[in-house]
Every structure is written in C-alpha cells, then in structure tokens.
Design a binder for this molecule. Sequence first.
Ligand SMILES: [Cu+2]
Length: 286
Amino acid sequence: MGWWHPERTRGAQRLRRATPLAGFVVLALALSGCSTDTQWERFGMPEITTKQGEHILHLWQGSWIAALVVGVITWALIIGVPLWFRRRSDDEVPVQTRYNLPIEIFYTIFPVIMVIAFFAQTVRVQNIALEHDPEPDVVVTVVGQKWQWTFNQPYEGENVFVSGTGEDIPDLVIPVDKTIEFQLRSPDVIHNFGIPAFAMRMDVVPGNKNSYQVTPTEVGDYAGKCYELCGAYHSRMLFNVKVVSEADYQAYLADLAEDPGHVSDEPVVGGKYADEPINDDEGEHE
Ligand SMILES: [Cu+2]
C-alpha cells in the first residue's frame, strides 16, 4: 500500500459528481415550497383558508424542506460513504481515520444551530399568528363545555347564540375577510378549540381568558373539533364552521335573533349548564 490510492481518487471524483445532484434536489424542494396547490406541496397540510394559517403553513413547509435537506445529506453520507470508500481489492486496506476534530466540532455545533433556527422561526411565526387586533370586526365568545360547544355573538345590543348537543353538531357562522376574535371559555375542564383549515387552535382553560383571531379568506364549510382529550364524549365535540359573505352573515344573525331560544342578554355557557351567564370575574389571568 503506497501513498497513492487510485480508488480513493475515483471515490472523490464520484463525490464531486454527486454534489450538483444534491444541490438540484435541494433546489427542487425549495421551489416546491413556494406553491401550496397540492397536498404534496403542503406536506400533508389541508388547504389553509386564513391569513394567520398561511404563515403556519409556510413554517411547516420550510421546516420540512430544511429537515429533508439535512436528511438527504445524512442519508447520502450513511449510504454513500461506505460504498465510495469501500475496499476494492483483497490486498488493500482502506485508509483508517480515527479522529477528525473539525468534523466532530461541526457535527456537534451544527445540530445546535438547527435547533436554534427552528426555535427562532417558530417563535417568529407564532407571534405573527397570535397578533392581536384591538378592534376585531366580530367577537365570538366560544364556550367549550362537557361535551359540546356554544357560540355567542353580539347582535344589536343583545347576544345571540347556538349551542350544540351530543346529537346535534352546532354551526359557527362567521363572515369572510373580517377579523374574527374567538374568546375561549370553559366552565368545567380543559378543551381545545381548533379548525384544521384555519391552521389555528388553542386550549380552552377554565378560569383563563384565552383568545385568538383569524381572518378567513374563503367562503366555505369547514370542520372543527375539540383537540384536548376532555372526557367520555370528547369525540362528540364536533362543530361546523360556515364562512359566508357579509350579507349572508347579517341575514343569519337577524334570523337567529327572531328565535327567543337563541337570544340572551349576556353570552351564555350552554350545554347542560343551559343559559347560565359566563362567570367572567372568576380568575383574572389575562
Ligand atoms: Cu372537549
């Protein structure tokens, strides 16, 4: 065995040839991230129909692309290196390297940098998604109670509400292109109010005044559910979200206000607590 290793040189050449290919894969993935038309391009996310959710979708896509870039490089090294630098004849002993300080420093520091990057991006997007408009167009007081939802909305000085039951899934009707604030209240246990197509959800904690805002961008029907295992009939805590035009929204509210069973002075808890008003003084944690 001499200093000159034709096989190793050939291995290095192959490695050099593979580099543009890896670059191409990275580029193709990065470009695919710009589009959100198909489920593949959204990396499995549903079609997102809120302004806030768009940011979350882009974070999701960016995270996948970053993870895939790291994954492709790692897989290439795991599979490629043993092949490229394998022993090619019986009388050859491949070069034996035990320590490589720069590489060891690199693979210690680089994962830390990746974690910091993911964390920073997550905090940045979360801050955008939770931006609070002090004057939302519509405020819906959402009550999650064992085991359904009640949606309260102000209308002409009164409160109109719909309340679901185990057999009857309630509709949450909201206008398109408006800022909607969900005030989340629970009289019993922790629930979680989420709509996959909005890419938003949040815990509904008794004694806590959680809230978030969404700006729906497309008219349509969307499914929502409780995302916190809250008890025996957790799975029945389903609801429908109907995003409608402003005219349809006003007509809906007027219709609801006609029926005394859907009108009260103050937002109500609903469910088995019937039309008890929400005790908002309990536990000021805002
Ligand atoms: Cu629940």
